[in-house]
Design a protein around this ligand. Structure first.
Ligand SMILES: [Zn+2]
Length: 371
């Protein structure tokens, strides 16, 4: 069993041990880290998401398409994410030794965020054969489909080494003692992500996700505020919770790519419906029993800002208009956030709203409307 670590220790560890600096302001969560002996500074906008809606997407896609096809789709999505993740940082080819060191650093960082298939049990660099294991891995521990992880690792290595490498999920903690992923350069070719995935981040990403002067017109919570008020905590295994529900910190691109790709695979209705109903269910479980509507809205606003989703303002007339200031911006758009928000507002207002508009035309503002 891992030693219990307090959040303070964890933040200190992040600052001094893993070389990651966490910027945690209301509405804005940024991780900065250094690679290549501090030569490159990498800055990523992050956000927290509930684990359960991500699990339910897997379950609902499986209901529609069956296990095999679902595993295939999530492997592809994982690979897209992995390729994109590395392309955002490096575009040129690096020596193999550096690639492998960097790969190990990425695994270390993932294990810090609650992904557990990160223990290297075999690392044959010469023949490129890697075996990874871990217990109680987020998402697949609840649905048994962890192909997004084998895809992710395949994408990361393919992008780092600039050659196609496939990975296989061979065991899952859902019905076994641990999850296992095997990576081998001799595995037959499964999937090549589109060229676009190999492009780096746009200038727009820098401009919109790391605003310089942030002015708040009212008081919002940061994630650390939730921890202070014991609304959020980290368990003995390094997993994060909001009240009693597990949450995951990820790069904002990850869930955005998941929604974007599922829409691309003609699963728009499934992903929208699944995220909406699952988010509503989970929000009803974490929201205290408030009597007044204002208290519920206030709770939602602070919850969203602490999760790094920007600072939200709600206007309700015939429609419900939600304006996020300094929201996460991804070229894969805001759908994942908007579908989830749909569930949260349904829980708060006790209504069945439908998403009618996502407007991202303003640089520092995203408007989402429900009818
Ligand atoms: Zn698993």
């Amino acid at each position: 069993m891992k030693k219990h670590i307090s959040l303070k220790e964890k933040i200190i560890n992040k600052l001094f041990y893993t070389n990651t600096v966490v910027i945690d302001k209301p509405g804005i969560l940024i991780h900065k880290f250094y690679v290549g002996f501090g030569l490159f500074e990498i800055k990523r906008r992050m956000a927290y998401f509930f684990e359960d809606p991500l699990v339910d997407i897997h379950i609902n896609v499986e209901k529609k398409l069956g296990k095999k096809k679902t595993e295939e789709i999530f492997y592809k999505i994982g690979k897209d994410i992995g390729v994109k993740f590395i392309s955002q940082m490096f575009n040129r080819k690096m020596p193999k030794a550096i690639c492998f060191t960097f790969f190990e650093r990425v695994l270390e960082k993932f294990s810090f965020l609650g992904y557990s298939i990160t223990d290297i049990v075999k690392f044959d660099k010469k023949n490129l054969h890697i075996v990874l294991r871990g217990k109680d891995n987020i998402i697949c521990r609840k649905c048994g489909i962890g192909h997004i992880y084998s895809g992710l690792l395949s994408g990361i290595l393919s992008s780092l080494l600039k050659e196609n490498i496939e990975a296989k999920k061979t065991k899952c903690c859902f019905n076994s003692d641990y999850c296992e992923i095997v990576i081998d350069k001799n595995f037959s070719k499964e999937y090549f992500p589109e060229k676009e995935m190999y492009y780096g981040e746009t200038k727009e990403y820098e401009k919109t996700n790391f605003p310089e002067d942030v002015n708040y017109t009212e008081k919002f919570s940061s994630f650390y505020d939730l921890v202070k008020f014991k609304k959020a905590f980290i368990d003995n295994y390094g997993k994060y919770y909001f009240v009693n529900k597990s949450i995951i910190a990820t790069d904002i691109n990850f869930p955005s790519i998941i929604a974007n790709r599922l829409i691309y695979f003609n699963l728009k209705h499934t992903v929208e419906k699944s995220l909406k109903s699952s988010s509503e269910r989970v929000f009803l479980k974490v929201m205290p029993n408030f009597k007044k509507q204002d208290e519920k809205i206030n709770f939602l606003k602070n919850f969203l800002s602490a999760l790094g989703w920007g600072t939200p303002f709600f206007e309700k007339s015939k429609k419900l208009k939600c304006t996020f200031i300094y929201p996460p911006r991804s070229k894969y758009r805001f759908h994942y956030f908007a579908y989830s928000l749909n569930g949260f507002v349904n829980a708060v207002y006790g209504r069945d709203f439908n998403l009618s508009k996502i407007d991202e035309s303003n640089q520092f503002k995203t408007i989402v409307e429900f009818e």
